[in-house]
Design a protein around this ligand. Structure first.
Ligand SMILES: Cc1ncc(COP(=O)(O)O)c(C=O)c1O
Length: 388
């Protein structure tokens, strides 16, 4: 009698059991188009995703250019919309050149892999976003992971490396919403002739004059040794990503970055929506200030209530929970009170501490903020102390 073949996916059941026992099961929850819940979980920081000018631009582009880009950017996937968006992004952020990719994730993979490579050194903040981490892994460079927000550690890691080197950092970190010390990091890089790559996913549209971003605010816009990535899916309410920097860097990416070359171009509708949102932001720069005010109001209310909130440097406000299961329960209780929050648990949190994560939006009213604070404090799992 022949033995029954081994189930090649049998191990998945054990992995699922371990996740369930640890309270770490993730499930998809399709949202309704119109919801009674107040959304503090999404990344639509400026409230532009549903702005009529933005959605009309997307619809018109789909009608004119088709639903998809039809090919990679170097074949049939580049349209006049892509070129316009690149030119306007570069002008707005004060850089020489911009390159639009299909996501911020792809933009980070492109920038890290194309600008480093075998024999080079990448110095990466311990709290960097997964897309930068994956860029380091794919780059074949030696990666030195340094303590969070520590320019001296970057300086030390760069010292003694003779070849090509680049430090990579989020401008605003996804988990606690704190800003990177960009000036110190830039000085550390310059002392060693290294490049600096800044992922401005959470700073673009929120920080700097009129939302021009964290590198702009730090005086690094247009610097010959600095490259910036942004996503079009947060402040611009669309989809896609971009790399911004010196023209020779962008030219190199067009010729070598695999997530640019071997990926279908950003869909025309998303490209046009991002362009319309960027024009709105230029016209209404106060949206950037408002989102920061809302974040500060949320933080003040949470800490006044004795909750362990992290001081936000941009739009992300996070509050610590005692455990992963407590965080899940807290988020569910908030939802029952009409508030949709994010819930960060391992492995999304590098320090293993679970959190509720709130994202401020420019279109939240003061009454929305009060309602949110009431719901969160009423459902909080016990009193906590200040975090930082
Ligand atoms: C810091 C950071 N970088 C990059 C990304 C990826 O951007 P996208 O969602 O456009 O792929 C995100 C998105 O969550 C992010 O938070």
């Amino acid at each position: 009698m022949t033995e029954a073949p081994r189930d090649p996916f049998g191990w998945l059941d054990e992995a699922a059991d371990r996740r369930r026992d640890a309270g770490l099961v993730r499930t998809l929850r399709p949202r309704d188009a119109v919801s009674p819940l107040l959304d503090l979980a999404g990344n639509d920081y400026l409230g532009l995703s549903r702005h009529p000018e933005v959605t009309a631009a997307a619809a018109a582009a789909a009608h004119r250019w088709g639903a998809g880009a039809t090919g990679s950017r170097l074949v049939t996937g580049s349209t006049a919309l892509h070129a316009e968006l690149e030119a306007e992004l570069a002008r707005f952020c004060g850089v020489e050149s911009a390159l639009v990719l299909s996501s911020g994730y792809a933009a980070n993979l492109a920038a890290v892999t194309a600008l480093t490579g075998d024999g080079s050194l990448v110095v990466s903040d311990a709290a960097n976003h997964a897309s930068l981490i994956d860029g380091c892994r794919l780059s074949r460079a030696r990666t030195a992971v340094v303590p969070h927000a520590d320019p001296d550690a970057v300086r030390q890691a760069l010292a003694g490396h003779a070849g090509r080197a680049m430090a990579v950092t989020d401008s605003v970190f996804s988990v606690d919403g704190d800003a990177a010390p960009l000036s110190g990091l830039s000085a550390a890089c310059r002392a060693h002739g290294a490049a600096l790559l800044i992922d401005d996913a959470h700073g673009f549209g929120v920080l700097g004059e009129g939302g021009r971003g964290a590198p702009y605010a730090a005086g690094l816009a247009g610097a010959a040794d600095t490259v910036v990535t942004v996503t079009l899916s947060k402040s611009l309410g669309s989809q896609g990503g971009a790399v911004l920097g010196p023209a020779r860097v962008i030219e190199h990416l067009v010729n070598t970055a695999r997530t640019f070359i071997f990926d279908t171009g950003l869909a025309p509708a998303a490209t046009a929506a991002a362009l319309a949102a960027l024009r709105l932001l230029r016209r209404e720069p106060d949206r950037a200030r408002r989102v920061r005010t809302v974040a500060a109001g949320l933080y003040a209310g949470l800490t006044d209530a004795g909750l362990d909130a992290a001081r936000p440097d941009a739009a992300v406000v996070s509050v610590r929970a005692p455990s992963a299961s407590a965080a899940v329960r807290w988020a569910a209780d908030c939802r029952a009170e009409g508030i949709l929050t994010g819930c960060f648990r391992p492995p999304s949190v590098p320090d293993g501490v679970s959190r509720l994560r709130l994202t401020a939006r420019a279109d939240l009213t003061d009454a929305d903020v009060t309602h949110t604070l009431k719901a969160i404090t009423r459902t909080a799992p016990g009193a906590r102390t200040q975090q930082r």
